[in-house]
Design a protein around this ligand. Structure first.
Ligand code: SF4
Ligand code: MG
Length: 283
């Protein structure tokens, strides 16, 4: 075991202990020590605490994968749905009761592979919910197959001679799909993750957080170290208001920029529905 992975184990155990102290904790997370997902879970706890969300009005919806376990670890309502179907279920929850704070959590395979068809429509409808995509560039739960975000040439259980498909970048997709809040974070930077998740939940409309969240068990190519060597905050003078600029920064792979790429205030799906109801009644 390298010194780096030893540190990951220690950090993982430390996170688990700290999570114990939070009122939002429910069940001890069962992820591998050092898994990047601990950071986003901690960020969700902190955001829920700071925003003083009533646990009766907090719903976490997940798909399948290691990230799919999120609802079990949060003291609120949760739905562990089918693979790739967390977004449509979450939009149904939100439409049924717009008062709820709804957060969708999923992995790269779940979100831009198996459920890839749902993401654009949630974004372009500007549903008032938050989507946290935990990207480890691999299918972790099923022990290491290439995913839609795996790098070209990556050797895995399903690509013994190297991945031949070019990777998708979820941040860029969210910008192009019309999400009204788009950010990228890295699980090694706990403060950034917590701060951005809080901003995403506060945002009115569809907010998207792309979390680079290493799988310490099955991805030996894309790791804390390999990402840590490349990530960089968006420049101080960066303004998150222009889509073309946002896309240019999102598409840059060296460095990989972190921060809030884009945000806009626009009517949400709820607003359009209220308008539609009014027009229909008038008629
Ligand atoms: Fe995390 Fe990978 Fe372990 Fe799953 S297999 S819990 S993604 S480290
Ligand atoms: Mg994955």
């Amino acid at each position: 075991m390298s010194s780096f992975s030893k540190r990951n184990v220690i950090e993982g155990l430390q996170y688990a202990r700290e999570l114990n102290a939070q009122q939002w904790r429910d069940n001890l997370p069962t992820w591998c020590p050092g898994c990047g997902h601990f950071t986003a879970l901690n960020g969700l706890y902190e955001a829920a605490n700071k925003l003083k969300i009533d646990s009766k009005n907090f719903v976490v919806v997940s798909g399948i994968g290691c990230s799919g376990r999120f609802p079990f670890f949060i003291n609120g309502f949760g739905l562990h749905t089918l693979h790739g179907r967390s977004i449509p279920v979450a939009t149904g929850v939100k439409i049924a009761n717009p008062e709820l704070t709804v957060v969708v959590v999923g992995g790269d395979g779940d979100g831009v592979g198996i459920g890839g068809g749902h993401f654009p429509h949630a974004a372009r409808n500007n549903f008032n919910l938050s989507y946290i995509l935990l990207d480890n560039n691999i299918y972790g739960l099923t022990k290491g197959q290439i995913s839609p975000t795996s790098p070209l040439g990556m050797v895995s259980a399903t690509s013994p001679y190297g991945n031949v498909a070019r990777p998708l970048d979820p941040t860029s997709l969210a910008i192009v799909y019309g999400a009204t809040f788009v950010a990228r974070v890295f699980s090694k930077q706990r403060d950034l993750v917590s701060d951005v998740i809080l901003q995403a939940i506060e945002h009115r409309g569809f907010s998207f957080v792309h979390d680079l969240s290493p799988c310490v068990e099955f991805n030996k190519l894309v790791t804390y170290k390999s990402w840590n060597d490349r990530v960089q905050p968006l420049p101080d003078e960066y303004e998150a208001t222009d889509k073309i600029t946002a896309l240019q920064y999102a598409q840059t792979t060296d460095p990989i920029y972190l921060g809030v790429f884009y945000r806009e205030d626009s009517p949400t799906f709820d607003d359009y529905m209220a308008h539609t109801r009014k027009q229909a009644l008038k008629k």
